[in-house]
Write a protein that binds this ligand. Sequence first.
Ligand SMILES: C[S@@+](CC[C@H](N)C(=O)[O-])C[C@H]1O[C@@H](n2cnc3c(N)ncnc32)[C@H](O)[C@@H]1O
Length: 224
Amino acid sequence: MISTCSLDTPEVSRVLERLHREAAGQKAAFVPIAMHWGLDALLRRKPSVEEEARRFKDLYIPLSPESGRFAYLVARSLGATRIVEFGTSFGISTLYLAAAVKDNGGGLVIGSEIEPGKVAQARRHLEEAGLEEYAEIREGDAQQTLADPGGTVDMALLDGWKDLYVPIFELLAPHLRPGAVVLGDNMKTFPKALAPYAARVREAGFRSVTLPLGSGTEFSVKLP
Ligand SMILES: C[S@@+](CC[C@H](N)C(=O)[O-])C[C@H]1O[C@@H](n2cnc3c(N)ncnc32)[C@H](O)[C@@H]1O
């Protein structure tokens, strides 16, 4: 018997393919952002979470398709029914996770996004894929919006600003069930910024490996 995988339904795959295609066409838009970063470094200033989010307001910066499928499979193998996501953007990763929750028999992905325009679009994309009942996107700073995930969490995906992985991990760790998995994206892209996270997750007693998947995926398990 072949079991259900919502990612392969036309409804979901059409939306995901379109969004990944749009994201792949945005490479040139990173040039002005790199210039902003250069200027920040020169002036020794750190933009606020909101300011950085505004710079990226039109950019997807999503999980790669293979990282998205991996997140889906992890969620399926855990039988996850409550998943928390730090950094929703236009909802690509949310679609993979919501599909998994649906295929697990129901549950909720709690997304978080600070940029209001992205929240609206992510909700639209979930509706378009017929997955809206499996995801709730919380608008605002995840440091506040994710403080109460509403129950025990099976899995978390960290994909927001990199200097917040540690505080968001600290926020979520008490809510994670034994055996829960935390995926951290971009370990390869931002090795220096994410070194404190890689260290902290281990110190906290999680067993963790950095996988050469997509832009580098930290796979951490809260062992039972
Ligand atoms: C790399 S993107 C997320 C991509 C998304 N996971 C996907 O696969 O499509 C990071 C997003 O996190 C959001 N973000 C960053 N810091 C945040 C915070 N403190 N609270 C809520 N959202 C935040 C940004 O606005 C941005 O849209």
